[in-house]
Design a protein around this ligand. Structure first.
Ligand code: GLN
Length: 488
C-alpha cells in the first residue's frame, strides 16, 4: 500500500478498500520505524483524529479526490496543533495559533497530516545539514545528504514514509532535494501558492509546491494548493485551473531548449550522461532539441546571494525574543537580551546571511550591491523570455540538470558555505525570474564513491505553464520507470 501513488491511494479510499484511519496508521508505523530524521514532529492522536473525520466524509457524500490521503508538511508551514520550528532553535517550542493557507487548503480537501518535516534552518541550505535538529539522511545512501532545504519532504517521499509532501523553493529547495532523492517536485510560478503562514525567508522568491512520486500526483496537489489569497500581498488573482488537464497530450513537435550554459565545466559526467539520456528519450517521444543560450546563468549565484540574504535580514528581524522566538535566560539590559537571544537562537548559516544582508542594504553599499543585483535579476529574467516568449521564441520548455552533482556525503560541504552556494547554479535563475520549474528522476550517478545516488532532470517553462511541464513530465514517466525505483 505504501508504494502506491496518491492517485491510486485516492481510488482505494473512494472504493472503501481501505480506510483513512488504516492508511494513516500504516504510514505512522513506517515513520516510527524509520531512522532518517525526516520528521520533526509526529502526533498520532492529532493525525488519527483527522483520519476519523476523513473517514466520515468518505462514507457520506462530501469527499473529494484528496479526502483521506495522508500527506506531510515541511516544518516551515505553520500548523495548529503540531509544533512549527522552521528547523531553528529560535522556534523550538513554537505552536502556531493558526494554519498556513496551504495547510488550510489541504485540511479543507480532507487530507490527513502525518506530521512536520525536517528542513534547513529557515530554509537556508542545500543539504538539510543546517537544521538545528540534525540532518535528514538520504534514503538511497545514508552517508549522503538528501538535498535542501526541503530535505525532509524529499526523503520522506523517497522512503515511502508519506505518499506526498509540501515543500518550499526560494532558490531550488523543491527541485534540488527532489533530484537528490529521486522523487518528483514542482515549484510553480511565483505568486501561485499563498505565502501566508509560510515562514518567510526571502519574500520575493519564496514559493510553495508539492513533492510526490509522480507528475500526475504533483498536479493533483497543485490543484489544492494554488489560488488567490488576500492575506498574501503577492498572491496572483487568476481563475482556478486543473493542472492535470493536459497530462496525456502528445509531445510530438515539442521544442526543448537545451541551454549550453547548463552543460559546461562543473557538471559531473554521471549527471550529464543521465540528463542527456533523458533528452534522447524525449526525442523518441517526438520532441525536438534546440540549443539555446541563457548567458547570465553564472551571475545568478552572486545575484541570489545578495538579494536572498537582504530580504532574509529584514524578515528575520522579528525574531527578537519579544515578539517572536527564543529568549535567553540571563541578560542585562534590553540590548543584551536581543543580542543573547539572537546569538543563541540562530545557527551559523542564518547569522551569516543576516550579516551579509544587513551589509548589502546599508548606506553606501545599497547601490553597489543590492540595486546592482536587482538590475541583473531583470536581465536574468529577460534571458528566459528571449528563449520562451515573443515572436522569436526558440522553445516551449527548457531542460537541463537540477544539480551539478549527485548527493554529496554528509559533512563534505559543512565548512564551506561557498561550495554549497555553487551547487545551486542551475536552480537559482528560475527562482530569480519567478518561473515554474520541476525536477523528475532520470537516472543514477555512477561515481565510484557515489553508487546509486539519483539524478534529476530539470524542466523549466514560461509563466503559468505548469500544466505543460506536468504533461511533459507525465509523458516521460509513462515511457520510463525511474520514478518508480525505490531505495533498498
Ligand atoms: N540553497 C539555496 C539557499 O541556501 C536555496 C534554498 C531554498 O530554496 N530555500 O538559499
Amino acid at each position: 500500500m505504501h508504494k502506491l501513488t496518491l492517485k491510486e491511494l485516492s481510488a482505494q479510499l473512494q472504493a472503501r478498500k481501505i480506510s483513512a484511519t488504516e492508511l494513516a496508521t500504516l504510514f505512522l508505523d513506517r515513520i516510527d520505524a524509520s531512522d532518517l530524521n525526516a520528521f520533526l514532529h509526529v502526533d498520532r492522536e492529532l493525525t488519527l483524529a483527522q483520519a476519523k473525520v476523513a473517514d466520515s466524509r468518505l462514507s457520506g457524500n462530501n469527499a473529494g479526490q484528496l479526502t483521506g490521503v495522508p500527506i506531510a508538511h515541511k516544518d516551515i508551514f505553520v500548523t495548529r496543533g503540531w509544533r512549527t520550528t522552521a528547523g531553528s532553535r529560535m522556534l523550538d517550542n513554537y505552536v502556531s495559533p493558526f494554519d498556513a493557507t496551504v495547510v488550510e487548503q489541504f485540511n479543507a480537501a480532507g487530507t490527513v497530516t502525518l506530521g512536520k518535516l525536517n528542513c534547513d534552518e529557515f530554509a537556508m541550505g542545500s543539504g538539510n545539514e543546517n537544521s538545528y535538529f540534525g540532518p535528514t539522511l538520504n534514503p538511497w545512501d545514508k552517508r549522503a545528504v538528501p538535498g535542501g532545504s526541503s530535505g525532509g519532504s524529499a526523503a520522506a517521499v523517497a522512503a515511502r514514509l508519506a505518499p506526498a509532501a509540501t515543500a518550499t523553493d526560494t532558490g531550488g529547495s523543491i527541485r534540488q532535494p527532489a533530484s537528490l532523492c529521486g522523487v518528483t517536485g514542482i515549484k510553480p510560478t511565483y505568486g501561485s501558492v499563498s505565502r501566508y503562514g509560510m515562514i518567510a525567508f526571502a519574500s520575493s522568491l519564496d514559493q510553495g509546491g508539492p513533492i510526490a512520486k509522480t507528475a500526475e500526483d504533483c498536479g493533483l496537489l497543485l490543484n489544492a494548493m494554488t489560488g488567490f489569497d488576500e492575506r498574501d500581498s503577492t498572491s496572483l488573482q487568476r481563475p482556478k485551473e486543473d493542472f492535470t488537464r493536459s497530462l496525456n497530450d502528445s509531445l510530438q513537435g515539442l521544442r526543448i531548449g537545451v541551454p549550453k550554459e547548463f552543460f559546461g565545466a562543473g557538471l559531473a559526467a554521471d549527471v550529464e550522461a543521465a540528463v542527456r539520456a533523458a533528452l534522447s528519450e524525449f526525442e523518441k517521444l517526438g520532441a525536438k532539441l534546440v540549443e539555446i543560450s541563457l548567458p547570465k546563468t553564472e551571475l545568478s549565484i552572486p545575484v541570489y546571494y545578495v538579494i536572498a540574504p537582504a530580504e532574509a535580514s529584514s524578515n528575520l528581524s522579528r525574531f527578537d525574543g519579544v515578539r517572536y522566538g527564543h529568549r535567553a535566560a540571563d541578560y542585562g539590559n534590553l540590548d543584551d537580551m536581543y543580542r543573547k537571544s539572537r546569538a543563541e537562537g540562530f545557527g551559523e548559516e542564518v547569522k551569516r546571511r543576516i550579516l551579509v544582508g544587513s551589509y548589502v542594504l546599508s548606506h553606501g553599499y545599497y547601490d553597489a550591491y543590492y540595486l546592482q543585483a536587482q538590475k541583473i535579476r531583470r536581465l536574468i529574467a529577460q534571458d528566459f523570455q528571449n528563449a520562451l516568449a515573443g515572436a522569436n521564441r526558440q522553445c516551449d520548455v527548457i531542460m537541463g540538470p537540477v544539480s551539478p552533482t549527485v548527493a554529496w556525503d554528509l559533512g563534505d560541504k559543512t565548512n564551506d558555505p561557498v561550495a554549497n552556494y555553487l551547487a545551486d547554479i542551475f536552480t537559482l535563475s528560475t527562482s530569480l525570474a519567478g518561473l515554474p520549474g520541476m525536477s523528475i528522476p532520470c537516472g543514477f550517478g555512477q561515481g565510484e564513491k557515489n553508487g546509486k545516488r539519483p539524478v534529476g532532470l530539470q524542466i523549466i517553462g514560461n509563466y503559468f505553464d505548469e500544466a505543460r511541464l506536468l504533461n511533459v513530465a507525465h509523458q516521460f514517466q509513462q515511457a520510463t520507470d525511474w520514478h518508480l525505483r525505490e531505495p533498498a
